[in-house]
Design a protein around this ligand. Structure first.
Ligand SMILES: *Cc1c(COP(=O)(O)O)cnc(C)c1O
Length: 338
């Protein structure tokens, strides 16, 4: 099976498993797991923040961050319509934090300063919710793996500053953006009060994510981690996989990006496929065909797994699919559409 469903499909390598098996461990919940503590220090430094907390998933990073920023009195948050918390976190922003969610529109899962400014509330008007939080994905996911330029981010942060908004960066695949842009993770996360990275996507670790921010915010995040059941015990076992990933699996993301480019260029050659390869910046390839569901089923028959998204097909490259696998996938699409 050539699994292009998502980069979440990666399996820990033998070397990563060995690092996990040999991890020093303690009681994470009491702050005495040395491997988790080392990971949190590494991620805080990587993202240019004071502190970080290890969590079971990226979704919990988003949910805790939203809870840290949103006050349960009609506070409104702004993010793209295709953003993960809008589509894939069971409405947790509303349930856990009582957030009003105002989705924004824009190209490839991004939006500009004007789109944000247009939604800002009048703080003096008692009828309106209060503008409180803006969140972006870097790179976008359902938007197609697009990388926000620093200029685009700054434009949004300027509006955020003008209206006193809190700021959050969903960096599930931030290291893909780092590799694609050549700018550091800290540079991407600069100006955001909270930011996080996921280890279970293209980095190839089985579990975990780290949320970073000021020491004060992360101390507060610990209370929600405990409340939501995200505090763990000998979590060094999984944190060791994450530390291994940060050492060995970051630079190689460039291969995934090259494979995504190759895939997009190949797809563009196939009759019946609509895609602009220039929009592929990281490891996510989204394209149009007449009948995406039918193509999906035919690809499964041919040993290729993909995902469907609003009537479109999404393929994600990662460390468990090599160039030969991409060639096989292209041949399968060609054959399925013939
Ligand atoms: C995968 C993803 C998440 C959620 O991460 P999990 O670890 O799967 O919970 C959040 N945001 C984005 C952009 C993602 O791609």
């Amino acid at each position: 099976m050539i699994n292009l469903y998502s980069d979440t499909q990666t399996r820990p390598s033998a070397a990563m498993r060995e690092a996990m098996a040999n991890a020093e461990v303690g009681d994470e919940q009491r702050g005495t797991d040395p491997t988790v503590n080392a990971l949190c220090e590494e991620v805080a430094e990587l993202l240019g923040k004071e502190a970080a907390v290890f969590l079971p998933s990226g979704s919990m990073c988003n949910q805790i961050a939203v809870r840290l920023h949103i006050r349960p009195l009609g506070d409104e948050m702004y993010l793209h319509r295709l953003a993960h918390p809008v589509n894939a976190e069971v409405g947790g922003a509303a349930t856990i934090s009582g957030a009003m969610v105002m989705p924004l529109e824009g190209e490839g899962g991004t939006f500009d300063g004007e789109a944000l400014r247009a939604r800002m509330r009048d703080p003096a008007d008692r009828h309106e919710p209060r503008s409180r939080l803006v969140a972006i994905e870097q790179p976008t996911n359902l938007g197609g793996g697009r990388v926000w330029s620093r200029a685009q981010i700054d434009e949004v942060l300027v509006v955020a500053g003008e209206f006193g908004l809190r700021t959050h960066l969903d960096g599930a695949r931030l290291l893909n953006a780092v590799v694609a842009s050549g700018e550091s993770a800290a540079a991407h996360a600069a100006g955001f009060e909270t930011a996080w990275i996921d280890f279970s996507k293209g980095l190839g670790a089985p579990v975990g994510a780290c949320l970073a921010g000021s020491a004060e915010l992360i101390e507060e995040a610990w209370r929600y981690k405990q409340m939501l059941g995200g505090s763990m015990r000998q979590a060094g076992i999984v944190a060791a996989g994450a530390r291994f990933a940060l050492r060995h699996n970051v630079e190689r993301l460039a291969e995934d990006h090259a494979n995504a480019q190759f895939l997009a260029a190949g797809l563009a050659e196939i009759d019946g496929v609509e895609i602009d390869p220039a929009t592929v910046e990281t490891n996510i390839v989204i394209f149009d065909v007449d009948d995406a569901a039918a193509l999906h089923d035919k690809l499964v028959e041919r040993g290729v797994e993909t995902s469907l998204l609003e009537g479109r097909v999404r393929m994600v490259t990662h460390l468990d699919v090599d160039r030969a696998g991409i060639e096989t996938a292209l041949a399968a699409v060609n054959d399925a559409l013939a």
